[in-house]
Design a protein around this ligand. Structure first.
Ligand code: NAI
Ligand code: MG
Length: 354
C-alpha cells in the first residue's frame, strides 16, 4: 500500500545471522522504495553475546516489546559457549509460542544457477512447501532427568499433541493446497510412535474429508525423506509435526541449493500478533565473521515478510531479482562455488532490482 510505513523488529542474533541480515535489509529497503512503501526498522541486540554479558538472551519484557511490530526479522541465534537449548529456549521458542506462530512455512524451490543433488531437474519438477507445526509436538519441556550420575540414570522427553494444535496446522496445509496444486502429503510415523502419530493420522483423515478437491496422502517420514530426494515431483504441500518438519526442511534445503538458499516464516495466521521471518540455517560459527555467508536465504525470508505485509508485488520483485543474479552466476558465495562475499551478493540483488 503506497505510503505505508511498516514497523519491523530486526534481531540479527549471532554469527552469520548478523552478516546476512544486513544484506537482506539492503534488498528490502530498495524493494520498498521502488514500490512506494517504507520499512521502519528497530534493531535489537538480543543474542548469545548479550547472554554472556547479562545472563539473558533478551530482556524480561522482550515479548511485550516485540508485540507492537508489524513483523519480526530474525537472523539466527546460537553460538559456541552458550548451550543450544539456552539460546533456543531463551529467545526463539518463547517468541514462536507467545505470538502463537503455530505455522512454520518453508518453501523449497530448485533455484537457477545452483548445483543440486537433483541436478538435471528443472524448477518445475521441484517446488514444494513444508508446513511445520511450530508450537508443540516433540519440542516440549515436559520430562526430566532422573538418578543423575547413577548407573540407572535415565531421562524422559515427552511429546505434546493437542487436538486444537494438530487440527489447525493440518487445516492450514489444506487451505494452502487449494491455492497451489491441490496436493497434501502428511508426514507420519504411526508404526513407531504408537500414541502421537495415530492421533495425528486420525485428525488428518477427518480434515481431508472436509476437502474433497484436495488430494491427500500420508507417508512415513523416513520413506518421505527418501522420496524427497528420489521422486520429489508429486510432492507439493507437506505437513509435518515440529521435529519431522525441522528435519525434512533441512533435507529439502540440502537437496536443492543448500542451507544458504532456504527461507522460513513463523506465522500467526490470524495476524493479531506479529509473525517472524528467518532463514532455515543457523549462525554457522564455522564461517562467521568472514563475510562469505550466502545471504539468499535471509533475502528470501525478507520476501516472505513482504508477502505477509501484503506487499506481494515487491515480494515477487525480490524473488525475481534473486533468480536473475543466480541465473547469471557471476556473483556467487563460496557455498555456490564462487568467490564473492556476502555484501557483493547482496549488492548484486539490489542492482538487479533497479
Ligand atoms: P548451521 O545452519 O548454522 O550450519 C550448518 C552448515 O551449513 C555449516 O557448515 C555452515 O557453514 C553452512 N551454512 C549455513 N548457512 C549458510 C549460509 N548462509 N551460507 C553458507 N553456508 C552456510 O547449523 P549448525 O552448525 O547446526 O548450528 C550452528 C548454530 O546455529 C547452533 O548454535 C544452532 O543452535 C544454531 N541454529 C539456530 C537456528 C535459528 O536461529 N533458527 C537454526 C539452526 C541452528
Ligand atoms: Mg532446523
Amino acid at each position: 500500500r503506497a505510503g505505508t510505513s511498516y514497523r519491523i523488529a530486526s534481531i540479527p542474533g549471532d554469527g552469520i545471522g548478523v552478516d546476512v541480515t544486513v544484506e537482506a535489509r539492503k534488498v528490502l529497503d530498495r524493494a520498498a522504495a521502488s514500490h512506494g512503501f517504507s520499512l521502519s526498522w528497530t534493531e535489537f541486540d538480543w543474542s548469545c553475546e548479550r547472554y554472556a554479558k547479562t545472563g539473558a538472551m533478551m530482556p524480561a519484557d522482550g515479548i511485550e516489546r516485540l508485540s507492537v511490530f508489524d513483523g519480526i526479522f530474525l537472523g539466527a541465534v546460537g553460538f559456541p559457549g552458550v548451550p543450544d537449548h539456552v539460546s533456543l529456549w531463551g529467545l526463539l521458542i518463547p517468541v514462536r509460542r507467545a505470538f502463537s506462530q503455530y505455522v512454520n512455512l518453508r518453501p523449497v524451490r530448485l533455484l537457477p544457477g545452483t548445483t543440486s543433488a537433483l541436478a538435471g531437474r528443472g524448477a518445475d519438477e521441484l517446488e514444494m512447501v513444508i508446513v511445520r507445526e511450530n508450537s508443540e509436538g516433540e519440542y516440549s519441556e515436559l520430562g526430566g532427568r532422573h538418578n543423575r550420575g547413577l548407573g540407572n540414570e535415565f531421562v524422559l522427553q515427552e511429546s505434546v499433541f493437542t487436538r486444537v494444535g494438530v487440527e489447525r496446522i493440518i487445516r492450514y496445509a489444506f487451505e494452502l493446497a487449494k491455492t497451489r496444486t491441490g496436493r497434501v502429503c502428511s508426514a507420519t510415523k504411526s508404526n513407531g510412535l504408537i500414541h502421537s502419530m495415530p492421533f495425528w493420522d486420525e485428525i488428518f483423515a477427518e480434515i481431508s474429508a472436509e476437502y474433497p478437491d484436495v488430494h491427500a496422502e500420508q507417508c512415513h517420514v523416513d520413506a518421505l525423506a527418501a522420496r524427497m530426494v528420489q521422486a520429489p515431483d508429486r510432492l507439493d504441500v507437506v505437513v509435518a509435526s515440529n521435529l519431522f518438519g525441522d528435519i525434512l526442511s533441512d533435507l529439502a534445503a540440502a537437496v536443492t541449493g543448500g542451507l544458504g538458499m532456504a527461507p522460513s516464516g513463523n506465522i500467526n495466521p490470524t495476524g493479531e500478533l506479529p509473525s517472524m521471518f528467518e532463514a532455515v540455517h543457523g549462525s554457522a560459527p564455522d564461517i562467521a565473521g568472514q563475510g562469505i555467508a550466502n545471504p539468499v536465504a535471509q533475502i528470501l525470508a525478507g520476501a516472505m515478510l513482504l508477502d505477509h505485509l501484503g506487499e506481494t508485488v515487491a515480494a515477487q520483485a525480490v524473488r525475481a531479482a534473486v533468480e536473475k543474479v543466480l541465473e547469471e552466476g557471476a556473483v556467487q558465495t563460496p557455498d555456490l562455488g564462487g568467490k564473492s562475499t556476502t555484501a557483493e551478493l547482496g549488492s548484486a540483488v539490489v542492482a538487479a532490482l533497479s
